[in-house]
Design a protein around this ligand. Structure first.
Ligand code: UT7
Length: 301
């Protein structure tokens, strides 16, 4: 069983609002990124708990039926305990939990880890991708301030029906490129965008090709492709290179911006609510981000 849910803060930060405060234009942001607005405010763990409650509700589960909680995040807001502890408390859970930090690839990593844990130990794993990225951008830096937003998405991975939803996976990294995207000592994101763009596409294409081969499925069999929502142009190039048409690709960043580990489950929830994914469908997820790190997962819905 797979179920999803998502949560966004209520405060809207539009391109027009940013254009008033920064040396930027609404047209530049839309054309270069595909983002029209992003949601900001609230805490990572509050958003995570809201998204998770929806996913648990959709699964029809009671809290005690969740055996493991994985919170994929880079912005839990505290050193210890793990952000997952706060989320567990908010949800009334007393299961095992841990945080997983693989930046924007965190949810894709989490699906792989969560499926393995579900297979080995847990009846139901609650996986959440949640980040509050707006706090990490220098509001005076137009190169990054226009890109990021806050949000959370969640998935319940269950083994009760005997099904094994993860068909294949692949992950990789290039830590020698860590300097291309990082949080500096003042806590703000620094990014060499063009270089990250170029490398992310190549890494994601290679990773997806390996995952498809391992699953024994071709791109034409993928019913829905949900990549990390960093840039709509990047997603278009990536989908074309992999051989998946736009009609089967989720591009849901127009109203959210880049929400890091939350971006894949938010886009997936959006697609699921629109009826774009049906039981039995092959769903391809691919995340990439600071590290640089990346991961692909192929699921049978
Ligand atoms: O989530 C983790 C993974 N992240 C990504 O995958 C991000 C990948 N990178 C990107 O999405 C894009 O590289 C950006 C959206 C960050 C930038 O787009 P770009 O087309 O690569 O632009 P650029 O950085 O090459 O900048 C082009 C021009 C520059 O001006 P000059 O040097 O040509 O005069 C920038 O200063 O655009 C300028 N610029 C802006 N202009 C208006 C940069 N930011 C802005 C802005 N408004 N907000």
């Amino acid at each position: 069983m797979l179920s999803v849910g998502s949560a966004l803060p209520s405060i809207v930060l539009s391109n027009a609002m940013l254009a008033e405060a920064l040396d930027t234009e609404e047209e530049w942001i839309v054309e270069r990124t595909g983002i029209r607005e992003r949601r900001v405010g609230g805490s990572t763990t509050d958003l995570a708990a809201r998204a998770a409650a929806t996913a648990i509700g959709h699964a029809g589960l009671e809290p005690e039926m969740i055996d493991l909680l994985i919170l994929a995040t880079s912005t839990s807001g505290q050193v210890m305990p793990a952000g997952a502890a706060l989320v567990a408390r908010k949800l009334g859970l007393s299961c095992g939990f841990f945080d997983l930090d693989a930046t924007c690839a965190g949810f894709a990593y989490g699906v792989i880890v969560g499926a393995a844990m579900t297979r080995a130990h847990a009846r139901h794993t609650l996986l959440i991708g949640a980040d509050t990225m707006a706090d990490l951008v220098n509001p005076n830096d137009r190169a990054t301030a226009v890109l990021f937003g806050d949000g959370a998405g969640a998935m319940v991975l269950g083994a009760t029906d005997g099904g094994d939803h993860l068909l294949s996976s692949h992950f990789g990294s290039d830590p020698t490129a860590a300097h291309l995207l990082y949080a500096s000592h003042d806590g703000f994101i620094e990014m060499r965008g063009k270089e990250v763009f170029r490398r992310a596409i190549q890494a994601a294409v290679d990773s997806i090709m390996v995952a498809l081969e391992r699953a024994g499925v071709g791109p034409e069999e993928v019913a829905l492709f949900v990549p990390h929502q960093a840039n709509a142009r990047l997603i278009e190039v990536l989908a074309a290179r992999v051989g998946i048409p736009e009609s089967r690709t989720a591009i849901a960043m127009e109203k959210t911006g880049n929400t890091s580990a939350a971006s894949i489950p938010i886009a997936l929830d959006d697609a699921a609510r629109s009826g774009r994914v049906q039981p039995g469908d092959v769903v391809l997820l691919c995340g990439f981000g600071s590290g640089l790190t990346w991961a692909s997962a192929i699921l049978r819905w």
